[in-house]
Each structure stands twice: as C-alpha cells, then as structure tokens.
Design a protein around this ligand. Structure first.
Ligand SMILES: [Zn+2]
Length: 266
C-alpha cells in the first residue's frame, strides 16, 4: 500500500471529505490539539447527502470525549477509530470515516460514501451540455478524488478539447477549412473559433496548456494542487454554455409563439 504523507495538517472537514484514502499525517510534526480536533471532532459537516439527494448538515453521532490533557499522554499510541455523522434531515442517513494510528502516523483508511460519490453529485447539470463526454468529466472528478491527478487531467483535457471540436463543427467550413484547422495549435483554434465558443473559454484558453503540462511534466501531487481551479474553470465554461442553450431555446419558443399570435390576429 502506497502512503501519501501530507505536507500540511488538514482541517477536520478537509480530512473527512476532501482527502483521498491512504493519505497520512505525521502527528509528531504538529501540535497535539490538531490530532485531538480530528479524533474528537464535535463540529458539524456541510456536505451533500447522497441519500437525501441534496445538501445537508451532518452532526457527530458520538458524544464520547476525553479531555485534551488525558489525550496528550496517549495520542501517539497505535489505535484505530471510526467517526460517524448523522444527516440532520434524516437520522437514518450517515457518513462514516475510518482512521488508524501507527507509529505516530494518522492514516485515513476508509469512508462511506466514497469521495468520488460526494464529488460528482453537483455536476449532473452538465450532463446535457457535455453529452457523451459527461462520463469522462465524472471520471476526471473520480480520479482526482482518489489522488490520481495525471489521469484526471487527461480526461479534463478531452472534455475541454471536445468543446473546440463541436464549435468547429457548428462553424461549418466557411470560417476555415478542415485541413487548415487540423494543423493549427489549440490556442490558435480557440482564437479562430472565438465567436463560437464561450467567452470565458476564449479568455482562459491556457487551461488547455496547463492540463497538457500536467499530463507531460507535473507529478501527481502538483496536478492535484491545481486540479480544483482547473475543474472550476471548466465548470465556468460549461455554465456559460448552459446559459447560451437556455437563451436559444427561450428565444426560439417566444419567436414561434409571437408568430402564432400574429397569425391569429390577422
Ligand atoms: Zn440525508
């Protein structure tokens, strides 16, 4: 089993619902209160509830606690613990996190629901605009949730490039011939298609080159570090696409209806 040792101490929320399994913190490098804050976490967690199918607040199930002084004498001992949180919308819904401590290292070994399930809940709205690429977008999110950064970038880049391809199809051959288009660099393709692509994509065309650099030159950890921003960049592009499609549909509907009314009134 490969252990990823974190270079920082995550907040309880980060450790529970953002940090992939088998990620570890070396407790010896930090103040005891940080380990205490995880093991005896008493706050609430804001998260999507898979079973409610919507956002919820989760409360810790256990009220068990010891004081920090007592904890200090034993917190580096080998141990294991489970944290259970209950959905405040429905007490039958729960989240579980499993940790072990070995040789002063705190390791996350399990959780339910999975990070991938938690991370993909809010992207369903992109299914329509992504079409066949939707499954690749959720795969990118699932991989990143498991700490696989380079694989995630590969899928994000395919999603990004597909938007260019589709814009080119829509633009027809009048703008640029297929042959000329083929040999252009991606950033030039985006320039040529600027009237057919979401504005935010044209403005942030370098998302593509960052993803490429990630795939070819960065390591897993560096890819994960920039992942969140890049994913949000792509979501922003997709949001603009959704608005455009909705606007087009509304325009068509109203134009048709106005035509009908005019017909009726003749
Ligand atoms: Zn729930």
């Amino acid at each position: 089993m490969k252990m990823n040792i974190l270079k920082y101490f995550p907040s309880p929320r980060e450790f529970f619902i953002e940090t992939p399994l088998y990620h570890t913190v070396n407790l010896k490098g930090y103040d005891v209160s940080k380990a205490y804050a995880i093991e005896y976490f008493k706050g609430t967690i804001d998260s999507h509830c898979i079973e409610c199918g919507r956002h919820s607040v989760f409360e810790p199930k256990s009220s068990y606690s010891i004081n920090l002084k007592t904890y200090e004498t034993s917190y580096l001992d080998d141990d294991e613990f489970e944290l259970v949180f209950i959905c405040t919308r429905n007490n039958d819904h729960s989240m579980h996190f499993y940790f072990i401590k070995r040789k002063g290292m705190l390791l996350k070994i399990g959780q339910s629901p999975s990070l991938a399930d938690l991370a993909t809940y809010d992207v369903g709205k992109y299914r329509k605009v992504l079409g066949k690429k939707y499954s690749e977008f959720t795969r990118a999110i699932g991989l990143a949730a498991n700490g696989i950064g380079i694989g995630s970038y590969t899928y994000l880049r395919r999603v990004f490039y597909d938007l260019i391809d589709r814009a080119h199809e829509k633009s027809g051959d009048d703008l640029i011939s297929k042959e000329e288009f083929q040999i252009l660099k991606v950033k030039d393709k985006i320039k040529v298609l600027k009237d057919y692509l979401p504005k935010v994509m044209v403005k942030n065309a370098n998302i593509y080159s960052i993803l490429s650099k990630g795939i070819h030159e960065l390591d897993e950890e560096e890819c994960i570090k920039y992942y969140k921003t890049l994913k949000m960049g792509i979501e922003l592009i997709l949001d603009e696409e959704i608005r455009r499609i909705e606007h087009e549909m509304k325009t068509k509907k109203i134009t048709d209806e106005i035509g009908n009314i005019s017909g009726d009134l003749k």
